[in-house]
Design a protein around this ligand. Structure first.
Ligand code: G3H
Length: 478
């Protein structure tokens, strides 16, 4: 039936033989916006078979040609930013301007990947044997980076286009094939993005996009013996995937509880601006969002006042209007956020604004005087609700940050660079930002979480390297 978006396999758009579809609920209207195919396990098998054979030829395609196709896909993606952004607005309620930014950023990421790939992969190493004790110069060793095979890419709902291409582009430039399983919310945006790769003219079967229910094809994909690498971004599911996956390289970016530590000498206007941007952009639905403010008691009143004034100016409404705060992705997500808010209320947090919710739309809320016994001190709301914990020493702040089971990013605000460096060293997170809110980009910077926030490092260079293995050839001289 024409209402259901087709999935992409063997260079064609296909209808699933399951005759089942998955509904995508618009977070704003809470009505079905789109439907996608519910692919079967048999269809997944076929896709992986095609990916396997297409990859063999692709690995032999000259690197410059692979780069050329990626540049083409990047250009087509950017040309089509408007319709793709429109899908992002409808599927995940991303504010209109941010949706366009996501697509443009994705095009830039693909091009950068192509450029970086030809450099990194265009080089190998040459070693000689006589540096190791007991050896003469009788062995020459040549190393190069070769592809892994089939890469399974599983991006999350919050960047269905950008966090898909951040896996697809490095995989392809390195000579791998791609099987993409988009999130349900965001699947149609992802299918449009895949269409841009289709138009660029990549070989059949090299890229495929299977949609469907996690319960039906999720484990089947991640446990599939034909998959040689998994790159996943999302929540706890990533921990389950890691525990079950076979002996293949994994790249996982999971949740975060990014702390913002504010010292007494910090520029409070700068801090407040970064708390707003870091804590409330896309309604807090970013793994790198500021998720807890740890502020020195002596400047806490002043900071809270400044943040409150800025929260009052945030526009709240539908994503089509480019509102700052838009409905969160689903009703269950809104219910979870509400649970954290009610728990904090019951345990005596100070509400800087009145708590207000209509459907999936939650008004921005700053909770002051949060204490460690409240769930929101530790859990990730993934919504526009931000706790403030007042600290009496920097050590207390570092301690709170390190007691978290997450370790994605963190930030520290101070004018004293020596203190900032010491605090950065002490924070057990993949990245620490000095005097700015956490963020993944620019996209060639290394990006990694520790503890429950993930394994492996991303960023363009690291992802290209991660999606290759080292091959050596040794020439033995007589
Ligand atoms: O949600 C997780 C993303 O990797 C965060 O990316 O810092 O660009 O928003 P961002």
């Amino acid at each position: 039936d024409g209402d259901v978006y087709k999935y992409y396999a063997d260079g064609e758009w296909k209808k699933s033989s399951s005759n089942k579809s998955v509904a995508i609920i618009n977070p704003t209207t809470r009505k079905t916006q789109y439907k996608v195919q519910a692919c079967s396990q048999e269809e997944v098998n076929k896709v992986i078979d095609s990916a396997k054979s297409a990859q063999k030829l692709w690995a032999k395609t000259p690197l410059w040609k692979r780069a050329e196709l990626l540049h083409k896909a990047a250009a087509i993606l950017k040309e089509n930013k408007a319709p793709i952004a429109e899908c992002l607005v409808k599927e995940i309620a991303k504010p209109a301007k941010d949706a366009v930014t996501e697509v443009v950023r994705s095009g830039d990421l693909i091009s950068y990947c192509a450029e970086e790939g030809v450099r990194i992969l265009g080089e190998g190493k040459f070693l000689v044997s006589d540096s190791f004790p007991g050896n003469e110069r009788t062995k020459y060793c040549l190393t190069s980076k070769i592809p892994l095979g089939v890469v399974l890419a599983i991006p999350p709902f919050n960047y269905p286009v950008n966090l898909a291409v951040s896996k697809i582009a490095p995989a392809l430039i390195a000579g791998n094939s791609i099987v993409l399983k988009p999130p349900t919310q965001g699947a149609v945006s992802a299918l449009h993005m895949v269409h841009c790769f289709h138009l660029a003219g990549f070989p059949k079967g090299l890229i495929s996009c299977v949609t469907g229910k996690g319960s039906e094809i999720g484990d089947f994909l991640t446990l599939h013996p034909g998959v040689n690498c998994i790159s996943f971004t999302g929540g706890d599911t990533g921990i389950a995937i890691s525990k079950k996956a076979g002996m293949i390289p994994l790249q996982m970016e999971l949740g975060g509880k990014d702390a913002c530590i504010v010292l007494e000498d910090a520029d409070l206007d700068l801090v407040a601006a970064n708390i707003i941007k870091g804590g409330f952009s896309y309604s807090g639905q970013r793994c790198t969002a500021v998720k807890v403010v740890l502020v020195m008691e002596s400047v806490a009143d002043a900071l809270v006042e400044k943040v409150k004034a800025k929260v009052a100016k945030l526009s709240v409404g539908p994503p089509e209007n480019d509102s700052d705060i838009t409905p969160v992705v689903s009703e269950s997500s809104a219910n979870f956020i509400e649970g954290l808010v009610l728990d904090a209320k019951q345990k005596g947090a100070t509400f800087c604004q009145e708590y207000k919710r209509e459907g999936n739309l939650i008004w921005p809320l700053l909770l002051d005087n949060v204490r460690p016994d409240m769930r929101i001190a530790w859990e990730e709301p993934f919504g526009p609700v931000l706790p403030v914990i007042r600290i009496s020493s920097v050590e207390e702040g570092i301690h709170h940050c390190n007691a978290s089971n997450f370790g994605l990013q963190g930030c520290v605000f101070t004018k004293d660079i020596n203190k900032a460096m010491l605090i950065s060293d002490a924070m057990e997170t993949g990245t620490v930002q000095i005097n700015s809110a956490p963020a993944r980009g620019p996209d060639h910077f290394p990006f990694q979480g520790i503890k429950d926030s993930g394994i492996g490092s991303q960023g363009i260079t690291n992802s290209i390297n991660m999606m290759t293995k080292i091959k050596t050839t040794v020439i033995n001289l007589p």
